[in-house]
Write a protein that binds this ligand. Structure first.
Ligand code: RB5
Length: 150
C-alpha cells in the first residue's frame, strides 16, 4: 500500500520518525515534505498529500503542531476525509465508520510512540460499510452539492 506523508515545520521531526517506521513495516512511503524545520505553511503540505492520496488511491498521514490546521486544510479537497486522531480507538473507528483516507496527528500533542501506534492502527483497519455507507454517501452528497454551487 502507498502512503503519502506530509508535515509542516512543527511536524517535521515526527514525520521523519514515522516515515522510517512505515518503511520498515514495508510500506511504499511518498514523502511530500516539508524537508526541514524552517517555517512553512501547513495548507501547502495538506494539499500535496491529498493529491497523492487521490491520484494513487493511497492513504495519507499529515502532521502539524496540533494536527488541526493540516486536517482542516485537507478536508477542503473533495474526496478527502482526514481524521485527527489522538488515540488508537479513534483511529480504528475513523476507518471502520468514516472510511477516512488521511490520518492527522499533532506533533506537539502526541508523542512518537503513540503516534506510530495510531497510524499503524489506522492503516490496518478497514471500512465496515453497512449502515456507515449510507452516512458516507450523505457526506459525498454534501460535497457534491457545495461544489456545484461554487
Ligand atoms: C505552527 O506553529 C502551528 O500553528 C501548526 O503546526 C499547527 O498546529 C496548526 O494547526
Amino acid at each position: 500500500m502507498k502512503i503519502a506523508i506530509g508535515s509542516d515545520h512543527a511536524g517535521f521531526k515526527l514525520k521523519c520518525e514515522i516515515t522510517r517506521d512505515l518503511q520498515n513495516d514495508g510500506y511504499d512511503v511518498i514523502d511530500c515534505g516539508t524537508y526541514s524545520e524552517e517555517s512553512v505553511d501547513y495548507p501547502d503540505f495538506a494539499e500535496k498529500v491529498a493529491e497523492q492520496v487521490l491520484q494513487n488511491d493511497a492513504r495519507g498521514v499529515l502532521i502539524c503542531g496540533t494536527g488541526i490546521g493540516i486536517s482542516i486544510a485537507a478536508n477542503k479537497i473533495p474526496g478527502i476525509r482526514a481524521a485527527l486522531c489522538q488515540n488508537s480507538y479513534v483511529a480504528r473507528l475513523a476507518r471502520e465508520h468514516n472510511d477516512a483516507n488521511i490520518v492527522a496527528v499533532g506533533a506537539r500533542i502526541t508523542g512518537p510512540g503513540l503516534a506510530v501506534e495510531i497510524i499503524r492502527t489506522f492503516l490496518n483497519s478497514e471500512f465496515e460499510g453497512g449502515r456507515h455507507l449510507k452516512r458516507l454517501k450523505k457526506i459525498i452528497n454534501i460535497e457534491n452539492k457545495h461544489q456545484e454551487r461554487s
